[in-house]
Every structure is written in structure tokens, then in C-alpha cells.
Design a protein around this ligand. Structure first.
Ligand SMILES: NC(=O)c1ccc[n+]([C@@H]2O[C@H](COP(=O)([O-])OP(=O)(O)OC[C@H]3O[C@@H](n4cnc5c(N)ncnc54)[C@H](OP(=O)(O)O)[C@@H]3O)[C@@H](O)[C@H]2O)c1
Length: 251
């Protein structure tokens, strides 16, 4: 039997990048996967890729920064599949990067609105359904929360908040049978990764000198960690943030 047979998994930001690779990995392990994000073309394409590999998936559009979208998303999942077992709370933006002096309060609110408020809203509205199935939430933080990099203040602080949200939500929800943990990626080859470093070459050059493994990571590296944290094998893992970063934070 596959690891997530009969389970329903919601992946926010599941249309591209780390979210898409994780949605595909859950589908390969037998889950019915709901891919959610704002861009529909990419969302429908992600669902098609899963269907073509023999998996089952649906796309529901939602902006996690808008509470009405999040409530509608969770309601659609329950209407279509009748249950919710796992949430990969992955949707995120790097937002405006650069020196503090060049950033505005609106930049701060935009990044925190998606990364922190959005993740919190998804937990709030999914938790009652996860309590029914004794399910699990995996948040997506970042190595940026623990390794300081100039020009990333707002993004890094938002990911630090995700680590704290993970610990506190885990303690609050474990009594209902819901486990909350986080994965914390290092530099991963996605659209965001490339935007963060300017180009893919810059990103690989950074990895060759700053990351002990000498290389960047790939979305599948994060997907494997998420599946572990969401699985029954991780039943005693509560409130943890698992760094998957090629050793960047271990130096
Ligand atoms: N790549 C890295 O090096 C790296 C490192 C550490 C952590 N991370 C984290 O990993 C997660 C995924 O990043 P990625 O690298 O895969 O980036 P990506 O390729 O830019 O994907 C970001 C995803 O989030 C979705 N999203 C953004 N804003 C949203 C909103 N308001 N509502 C719903 N969905 C939204 C995007 O879809 P739409 O635009 O269609 O909505 C997309 O699916 C993020 O939380 C990121 O911070 C990435």
C-alpha cells in the first residue's frame, strides 16, 4: 500500500516550484491532491501532469492573503473529497528585497500578508477538518530565518515568524491530534530561487562557495522532507523545523 493512499492533501502554492514537486510526490504515494494558487494556467497544467502520471488532483484558485479565498478553498476541498488529511502550507513570496532604507511599510505588509498571515489563515480554517482526520500541517519556512543575509530583512523575518508559528500552533493543536511541523529549504532551483539571486548562474555560484554540499537543491529534495513530516512515520515529531539546506545552516 502507498504511504498516502486514501488521504486528501492540500498544497498551497502547488502550481509551480517546490509546491508542484510536493503535490506530485504526494500523488505518487496515492493521495488525492488539491493544488491551490492564484495562477490558473499553471495550476491546471500541474493537475494535468499529475493525471498523466496516473495520479488524482484538482486545482482550486485561492489567494492565501484573502481570508474569504481561504475559507472558500477549504470548503471546496471538503465538498469535493469529504475530508482533509494533510496541508502543505507552502505559498509564499520573496517580496521586495534590498537594503532597509529602500523598503517601505507597504513592502513589509505585502510579504507578511502572504507568508505569515496567509499561513496562519490556512491553519485557522484547515485545523478543524484536520482534527477530524488526526491530520498534519507542514509549513514552509526558509534557511533565511537562521542565516542572516543582507537585503532580505522582511522576507527573513517573515520566515522566522513561520518557525515560531510552527512551534506555537503545534503545541496548541497537538491536543486535537493535529501535528504541525515545518520544512526549511536552502537555495532551491525554482522561479523564486532565481529571482532571489538574480540568475540561476548566480544562485549556483553562491551554492558553490557558501553551501557545504557545493550545490543548490531541487524541489524534489524538499518534497521528500515534507512527505516524511506529514507521514505516520513522523508521529512523534511535533513543532519542529527541518532544515534541508545542504549544510548552509550547520557551519
Ligand atoms: N526556492 C528557494 O530557494 C526557497 C528557499 C527557502 C524557502 N522557500 C519557500 O518555498 C515556498 C515555495 O517557493 P518556490 O521556491 O517554489 O517559489 P515559486 O516558484 O515562486 O512558487 C511560489 C508559490 O507560491 C504561490 N503564491 C504566491 N503568493 C501566493 C498567494 N498570495 N496566494 C496563493 N499562492 C501564492 C505561487 O503561485 P501563484 O503566484 O500562482 O499564486 C507559487 O505557487 C515559499 O514559501 C518560499 O518562501 C523557497
Amino acid at each position: 500500500m502507498k504511504r498516502f493512499e486514501g488521504k486528501v492533501v492540500l498544497v498551497t502554492g502547488g502550481n509551480v516550484g517546490i509546491g508542484r514537486a510536493t503535490a506530485e510526490a504526494f500523488a505518487r504515494e496515492g493521495a488525492k491532491v488539491v493544488v491551490s494558487a492564484r495562477r490558473e494556467v499553471e495550476g491546471i497544467a500541474a493537475v494535468k501532469r499529475i493525471a498523466e502520471s496516473g495520479g488524482e488532483a484538482s486545482f482550486f484558485r485561492a489567494d492565501v492573503a484573502i481570508e474569504a479565498d481561504v475559507t472558500a478553498l477549504v470548503a471546496q476541498v471538503i465538498r469535493k473529497y469529504g475530508r482533509l488529511d494533510v496541508v502543505f502550507n507552502n505559498a509564499g513570496i520573496e517580496g521586495k528585497l534590498g537594503p532597509i532604507a529602500t523598503l517601505t511599510a507597504a513592502d513589509f505588509d505585502e510579504t507578511f500578508g502572504v507568508n505569515v498571515r496567509g499561513s496562519w489563515l490556512v491553519i485557522k480554517h484547515a485545523a478543524p477538518h484536520l482534527a477530524t482526520t488526526k491530520g498534519s500541517i507542514v509549513n514552509n519556512a526558509s534557511v533565511a530565518a537562521v542565516v542572516g543575509m543582507a537585503g532580505t530583512t522582511i522576507y527573513a523575518a517573515s520566515k522566522g515568524a513561520i518557525e515560531t508559528l510552527t512551534r506555537t500552533a503545534a503545541i496548541e493543536l497537538i491536543g486535537t491530534g493535529v501535528r504541525v511541523n515545518a520544512v526549511s529549504p536552502g537555495p532551491i532551483e525554482t522561479d523564486m530561487g532565481q529571482r532571489f539571486f538574480g540568475t540561476l548562474d548566480n544562485m549556483r555560484a553562491f551554492a558553490s562557495t557558501a553551501v557545504p554540499s557545493g550545490v543548490t537543491g531541487h524541489p524534489e529534495d524538499i518534497a521528500e522532507a515534507v512527505l516524511y513530516l506529514a507521514s505516520a512515520e513522523a508521529r512523534f515529531v511535533v513543532g519542529q523545523t527541518l532544515l534541508v539546506d545542504g549544510g548552509l545552516s550547520s557551519q
